[in-house]
Design a binder for this molecule. Structure first.
Ligand code: FUB
Length: 318
């Protein structure tokens, strides 16, 4: 998809514009895209890779918006590590969602409390905040594989969180969106469900069709539930599973974005329908000076197959 962007640098007080194709933001490195539509505007929430980084030393999240998928507005960084007193590092993948006029931004961070990763949630009164830590503590804490939360509200009002690397965790959220309803569960990964068993059950030397790694994206369309994720190992591609319920059992469906030379050994997706079209968000390392720790958000427009499955979507910037 060719995208021309007009970036308005309101946040920095500057007003300037530029034209470009994928990646959609060319003024800094952006990662782990999470799209959201509200009141006719499409927002994308991203992470932010530092310049010349040698790891995911990420300090803040950023937000961008568009009304036409061509012209983008840069809203700067409405949320950063400092918003969470209990955290000190690794502002990794995140997703924002609206409920009852409030906006809940689920994030993962390094926790000072446990010296491990934790899931937190910020709340704001608009899609662009201001945001603050909703509960002053993590929603769940204490495991290195507590990363990459995805949030979804079903038609019956029940909200779900999925997260994890390389295990897949899930929990229901209470209506307040800032507390868990019941215990955290761990999905049993099976060959039928995910192309490979759970990490602790994988047999050394056995070649599996696929392996879940990280970056889940939970979604529903026409009564079918989709769990998309980064798969395969290093480097990652994007695969997915489908179900008729939000908690499975899941059926492994295959690849969506196959391995290509995108310059990034991670990939991380989000999918959304907007103004009658479907869009697949991901990241590459193709912005000049970029790479595995200097990633950039890109978008491909696509059409679901008639049976609701995904087509293969190739990165135009590979
Ligand atoms: O951006 C930091 C980490 O890299 C994310 O949490 C993962 O999904 C991978 O994209």
């Amino acid at each position: 998809m060719k995208i021309r962007i007009l970036i308005l640098l309101f946040s920095s007080g500057l007003l300037c514009s530029l034209s470009a194709q994928n990646p959609i933001v060319q003024t800094c490195y952006t990662t782990d895209p999470a799209p959201m539509v509200h009141n006719g505007t499409l927002y994308v929430y991203t992470g932010h890779d530092e310049d010349k980084a040698d790891f995911f030393w990420m300090q803040e999240w950023r937000a961008y918006s568009t009304k036409d998928m061509v012209n983008w507005t840069d809203h700067g960084s409405p949320l950063a590590i400092e918003s969470f007193a209990w955290a000190d590092d690794r502002a990794w993948a995140a997703q924002c969602i609206e409920r009852n006029g409030k906006f809940y931004w689920y994030v993962c961070l390094h926790s000072k409390l446990t010296n491990a990763m934790a899931i937190g949630v910020a709340v704001g009164n608009s899609p662009l905040g201001p945001f603050k830590d909703a509960i002053g503590k993590p929603l769940c804490d204490g495991s290195w594989d507590y990363i990459d939360p995805t949030v979804f509200i079903d038609d019956d009002g029940q909200a779900y969180l999925y997260w994890g690397n390389p295990n897949i965790y899930y929990a229901k959220l209470n209506e307040d969106m800032v507390s868990l309803k019941g215990e955290v569960g761990k999905l049993e990964q099976t060959v039928e469900g995910f192309g490979a068993p759970s990490p602790d059950k994988r047999v050394k030397g056995v070649k599996y069709k696929d392996t879940y790694v990280e970056g889940p994206w939970l979604n529903k369309r026409e009564g079918k539930y989709y769990l998309l994720y980064a798969a395969g190992g290093v480097p990652e591609h994007i695969a997915y599973s489908m179900s008729s319920t939000p908690l499975g059992p899941w059926k492994y469906m295959g690849e969506i974005m196959p391995l290509q030379d995108t310059g990034s050994f991670t990939n991380h997706c989000g999918v959304i329908d907007y103004k009658g079209n479907s869009y697949f968000f991901y990241h590459t390392g193709k912005l000049p000076g970029g790479g595995g720790f200097g990633r950039s958000v890109a978008i491909e427009q696509f059409r679901y197959n008639t049976d609701g499955t995904f087509p293969i979507i190739n990165a135009t910037q590979a």
